[in-house]
Design a protein around this ligand. Structure first.
Ligand SMILES: CC(C)(COP(=O)(O)OP(=O)(O)OC[C@H]1O[C@@H](n2cnc3c(N)ncnc32)[C@H](O)[C@@H]1OP(=O)(O)O)[C@@H](O)C(=O)NCCC(=O)NCCS
Length: 191
């Protein structure tokens, strides 16, 4: 299997490549977008250090997983990932479970894009990539991301309070985990 090009009603989800580096720079340069990730914008150097390896990493392709960028009418929306390409692909295939995540440009927030992309990636993960479980994590105070998890059919599992060297605002409320199993995903489709 390779990481496929996916389409939703409005979003063209393309496997992330190095040509997507400029819009990824724009995205991570916005402090509001990075508020619950770093508590500030990434510097250009940090953006290159983070994204260049991921743009060229195809390690999870054999599992049909990795990073995607989303476009609507050629306008960049953001990225989605399922089963990080920096995870060990053998582990992904063996465990049958993968993490899902998303990040959308601020001017496109509140229009249902994150949920639409997540729903399509969940379908791909369960129907094509053979996943048994998909999980997601965010800061407890990240209400928008939690709302995407809920709307995509994922259920709240736990809150963990972790210690951070440089905690960002809201870290004291902890990190939440949501999950969706293949079985629950299939049952929701039958009802
Ligand atoms: C989280 C994020 C991807 C959501 O993108 P989006 O395209 O706006 O998401 P959707 O439109 O599909 O859904 C957002 C939901 O959150 C709700 N929401 C947004 N801000 C909110 C807030 N401060 N409090 C409560 N709900 C909020 C919206 O109302 C919407 O729910 P609704 O459809 O029931 O009204 C986007 O805000 C983002 O990129 N944030 C920065 C990066 C990030 O935090 N990523 C996740 C880290 S784990």
């Amino acid at each position: 299997m390779s990481r496929p090009h996916l389409r939703t009603t409005r979003i063209d989800l393309r496997p992330m490549t190095i040509e997507h580096l400029p819009p990824l720079h724009r995205l991570d340069s916005d402090p509001e977008v990075m508020r619950y990730l770093l508590g500030r914008a990434r510097t250009p150097e940090e953006i290159d250090a983070f994204w260049v390896p991921r743009c060229v990493d195809t390690a999870a392709d054999e599992a049909g997983l990795g990073w995607w960028v989303g476009f609507h009418d050629d306008s960049f929306l953001g990225w989605w990932d399922l089963g990080r390409s920096d995870s060990n692909p053998d582990d992904l295939l063996r465990s049958g479970s993968a993490e899902i995540g998303w990040r959308v440009e601020r001017r496109h927030w509140g229009q249902g894009y994150a949920t639409e992309g997540a729903t399509t990636l969940l379908r791909h993960g369960f129907e094509t990539a053979g996943l048994q479980l998909v999980w997601a994590e965010t800061m407890a105070v990240n209400a928008a991301s939690r709302s995407v998890m809920r709307k995509a059919g994922m259920r709240y599992v736990r809150t963990e309070i972790r210690s951070w060297e440089e905690p960002i605002a809201g870290a004291d409320q902890g990190e939440v985990t949501y999950e969706l199993s293949h079985q629950d995903w299939s049952s929701a489709r039958e009802n």
